[in-house]
Design a protein around this ligand. Structure first.
Ligand code: HEM
Length: 634
């Protein structure tokens, strides 16, 4: 018996080794023919086994002599794109390179010319939809499909994303920003309110905006619930959780819900898993109810104003007024696809915008001078007008072209929520790219990542604030730093041919894919070369909610910073009395400690879970009325 077992094991190892070697030689040959600089690594970084166990192996591999592991070891950390940013491109001397491994060839891109070709050749460089399976929690949708099925979803989901409907996003964002501030300031009679978890607050705000603007359901902050209902968190009949709790609990546990089987979650001995399952079923129930109500509304010929994403999905599915439900034609979207799209809008639409607001606020707290510039521009735009007199048509273009737009763009440049945008080539379909007149070949079946954080720091394409005689090191430091003023440096660069080209990027006479048609940035700000600034991706699969997100972020920043300033909270370093008694220099040193901690977390405390988030700590901040700031430091 034993010799047989050994023989079987040896045969399996033998087959694996031969296959491994065969794949390696095939991928290596393709890498050599590609014309791209390449590096050979022993394993594909997104191999499932490696993804789960890499934290065990990497420290061991790091103990080996560097000459054995350089330069490939860095590319085996799944977070390398965030941690290394543009560094490897500089070291390799090319803005596009290939990592060859037996599992797959991976191509990494920080080259605007390559990016533009990849995003505009949808059939040659599709999305690798196998990695989006977990987004199909309630059904297939516009994010997780490709080809004709995607086109079908996009045609149905894009109509509500109009300029007209962004008015509602604007109004709701202003309202929610004011409510959030009221909830902060509620706590402290001295006019100072410490917010320990600004990430959670912005997530909540953003969830409220998409819920109301997209689905017509206004969510309340705890103090508003108390005012309106006399109590917070009333659970409607037939449910075990409120709509808000179901959704926020689901989103908090999204990774477990996406990755673990539902039967396991339902029967797990861990309370956390059970709650995650409950939120999954509860939110599904709410969405089904909303869907049934909307179906009845559409069948009765009723129409709602506003964005009404669910209404658009129901109408897009072919459900018509006066239609006898029994005799309904075959729906163009199934019930599960309608729910799948509703879910994905909430998922895609809330975390990304929340991150942008969260990190913008932290950067502003760490850089008083940029906060002051922002507030000066807000004063110029709004004068004495109260928020209820702010006007979408008049004020949004001005905000977009002011320091407010610069703050938003600079945040999206430094910490774009999607660090790597995945694309691929198909089997038997190697694809040529033309780079500055040189032809290179992306091998068949390659994984491609458009690395936003590297493109956004590529010194060839970005203005700096350090003058024309700056050294390479100074330029790198400047591009790694928060400098919203780089967007307003040289207005003469506005509307450059590249910028005009960018404005035309979505207009394809052959295929109308809907979605925002305007430029990614204001024509009054620096307009990067096409393909260099890609927080919302570009081309066919560009973000459908770009304009929605931009309007939300601008509105929230304006509503907050017209009235308040944000500061780092120093409680961890000194008591209130100690701070009050401190000499200026000592107080500054104390603030520097808080700033260093925040900077450290923004650099090394981040991790990608759907979008990039701060996972290893929090940066507490205070919102204070303008004029009562204590730490005007940079
Ligand atoms: C700052 C905020 C946002 C950023 C940075 C952002 C970024 C992105 C990126 C990079 C993609 C392409 C992803 C890929 O190819 O894998 C994308 C796609 C998408 N986004 Fe956004 N997004 C934001 C806000 C929103 C909002 C508010 C909504 C909806 C209300 C939304 C809806 C979508 C949808 C539906 C897609 C898929 C489009 C398609 O494949 O046809 N996003 N977004």
């Amino acid at each position: 018996m034993m010799p047989f077992v050994w023989l079987a094991v040896a045969s399996l190892v033998g087959i694996y080794t031969v296959n491994y070697y065969r794949c390696y030689t095939r991928n290596l040959a393709a890498a050599k023919q590609s014309g791209l600089p390449y590096i050979v690594a022993p394993i594909y970084v997104f191999n499932r086994f490696w993804l789960v166990t890499h934290k065990l192996w990497i420290p061991l591999l790091e103990k080996l002599p560097k000459s054995w592991t350089d330069p490939w070891l860095q590319f085996l950390d799944p977070e390398w794109t965030w941690l290394k940013r543009h560094e490897p491109f500089k070291a390799i001397g090319s803005d596009i390179f290939l990592v060859c491994s037996p599992g797959k060839n991976s191509v990494y891109v920080a080259d605007p010319e390559a990016t533009t070709q990849i995003v505009t050749r949808r059939n040659d460089f599709p999305k690798p939809i196998e990695i989006y399976g977990s987004v199909d929690l309630y059904g297939k949708n516009v994010v997780s499909t490709e080809g004709s099925i995607w086109r079908h979803h996009r045609k149905i989901t894009s109509p509500p994303f109009t300029e007209k409907n962004n008015h509602l996003v604007w109004q709701e964002s202003l309202h929610q920003a004011q409510s959030m501030m009221a909830s902060f300031l509620d706590k402290d009679s001295e006019g100072k309110s410490t917010v320990y978890d600004i990430a959670a607050a912005t997530m909540r705000l953003s969830l409220h905006v998409i819920s109301r603007a997209g689905f017509g359901r206004r969510l309340l902050w705890p103090h508003e619930e108390l005012e309106e209902n006399g109590q917070a968190g009333v659970v409607p009949e037939g449910h075990t959780m409120t709509y808000k709790d179901a959704l926020s609990t689901l989103l908090e546990n999204i990774i477990a819900v996406m990755l673990l089987p539902k039967w396991f979650l339902a029967n797990s001995p861990f309370k956390k898993n059970k709650i995650a399952y409950e939120s999954y079923t509860e939110w599904g129930k709410y969405m089904r109810e909303m869907y049934q109500d909307k179906k009845a509304e559409v069948q009765a010929g009723e129409r709602r104003d506003g964005m009404d994403l669910m209404g658009a999905l129901v109408s897009g599915a072919g459900i018509k007024p006066d239609q006898d439900p029994e005799k309904a034609d075959k729906q163009l979207l199934s019930d599960s696809e309608i729910l799948g799209n509703a879910f994905v809008f909430i998922l895609a639409g809330h975390e990304t915008a929340a991150n942008t607001l969260h990190f913008a606020m932290l950067y502003l707290a760490m850089n008083w001078s940029t906060q002051e510039m922002l507030q000066k521009d807000l004063d110029e735009i709004f004068g004495d007008r109260p928020v209820d007199q702010w006007d979408y048509e008049q004020d949004v273009p001005k905000l977009f072209g002011s320091m407010c737009g610069a703050v938003m763009n600079e945040e999206l440049r430094l910490i774009p929520p999607v660090v790597g945008i995945p694309k691929c080539t198909l089997k038997d379909s190697p694809q040529p790219l033309n780079l500055k007149g040189r032809r290179v070949i992306i091998p068949e079946s390659s994984a491609i990542t458009l690395i936003t954080v590297a493109s956004h720091r590529n010194p060839k394409y970005w203005p700096t604030t350090c003058g024309s005689n700056a050294s390479e090191a100074e330029i790198e430091k400047d591009l790694a730093s928060w400098k919203p003023q780089r967007w307003v440096l040289d207005p003469s660069k506005s509307n450059s041919p590249a910028a005009q080209q960018q404005q035309a990027q979505h207009s394809d006479p052959e295929e109308d894919i809907g979605g925002p048609q305007s430029s990614d940035t204001s024509s009054h700000l620096f307009n990067p070369e096409r393909g260099a600034f890609i927080p919302f991706s570009e081309g066919y699969r560009a973000c459908l909610g770009r304009r929605f997100a931009q309007v939300e972020v601008l509105a929230v920043l304006a509503a907050i910073f017209r009235e308040y300033s944000v500061e780092l909270d120093l409680d961890k370093y000194a008591s209130k009395d100690e701070l009050a008694a401190m000499e200026e220099a000592t107080r500054r040193q104390t603030w520097d400690k808080a700033r260093d901690t925040a900077e450290g977390l923004l650099m090394n405390g981040m991790m990608t879970i759907i979008t990039i988030q701060m996972r290893s700590g929090k940066v507490p901040v205070n919102f204070v009325k303008r004029g009562s700031e204590k730490y005007k430091y940079n």
